[in-house]
Ligand binder design. Structure first.
Ligand SMILES: C[S@@+](CC[C@H](N)C(=O)[O-])C[C@H]1O[C@@H](n2cnc3c(N)ncnc32)[C@H](O)[C@@H]1O
Length: 234
């Protein structure tokens, strides 16, 4: 699997923005890969993300959180050297968010989209996709926007609409772990409990959760392949 250094190691980024950052999971990838940076700002509309973000980067004064809606970024045009989004496009209206990301990026700066996709996955990775689609269905009945995952081509088409130059793509796939390691189910169990509770009043969704828990045990689980696309603003 390509390493962060192989994907972004050539970039001395200056000012970096991570959109829909959550607890800043993708910023660890940036810190591992980037040649250099002066500041990284993570934005998310969920204020609960702020606490875990602050804890994760409390030792790093160059990494900050701001609460913000990804569809209306409160930054000047051309004010970042690298703008990223990871595993969040399916939570958002992708066209307007990508266009905001491009607006705040300086000409010649890099834009990076990283997102899991649903096609061409192994049986064990398909478990991840099915789980994701179940989480999305449960979130949607609770009024939280969460769509099913895109196909690889749909992601490429979304990025193509930005008319970036120097575009490179990477497929990030790691099938090295034992897909039926009992530790996986142990880790997923609290998530199953939480989502089965959230699906209260929807017996079909609760039954789907029970079937998926059985699938994790019987078929196994691997993380789905992620597509990373990076290009430069003309
Ligand atoms: C699956 S998490 C991904 C977090 C992180 N980027 C990562 O890769 O670990 C999706 C994130 O999108 C955020 N999100 C959803 N809607 C948003 C919006 N309108 N504006 C900003 N963030 C949003 C959620 O709060 C959540 O933290």
């Amino acid at each position: 699997m390509p390493t962060p250094k192989e994907i972004i190691g050539q970039i001395a980024a200056g000012r970096v923005l991570d959109v829909a950052t959550g607890g800043g999971g993708f910023i660890h990838f940036l810190l591992e890969g980037l040649q250099d940076y002066t500041e990284i700002i993570g934005v998310d509309n969920n204020d609960r993300a702020a606490a875990s973000f602050a804890e994760a980067f409390k030792e790093n004064p160059k990494v900050h959180f701001q609460q913000m809606d990804a569809h209306q970024l409160d930054f000047d045009d051309s004010s970042f050297d690298l703008v990223c989004i990871s595993n969040s496009l399916h939570h958002l209206d992708p066209g307007p968010v990508l266009s905001e990301m491009k607006r705040v990026l300086r000409p010649g700066g890099h834009l990076l989209v990283s997102e899991m996709f649903r096609d061409n996955q192994t049986e064990t990775q398909q478990t991840h996709i099915l789980l994701h689609h179940w989480w999305a269905a449960v979130d949607m009945v609770n009024g939280v926007v969460h769509r099913e995952t895109y196909t690889r081509q749909e992601l490429l088409d979304l990025v193509a609409s930005l008319e970036l130059t120097h575009v490179s793509t990477f497929d990030l796939c790691d099938l090295s772990e034992n897909p039926r390691d009992p530790a996986i189910l142990e880790e997923l169990n609290p998530v199953f409990e939480r989502y089965i509770q959230r699906a209260e009043g929807h017996p079909d969704l609760q039954a789907r959760g029970a079937e998926l828990r059985q699938r994790v045990e019987e078929v196994g689980f691997h993380s789905a392949t992620t597509l990373a696309v990076i290009g430069r603003k003309a």
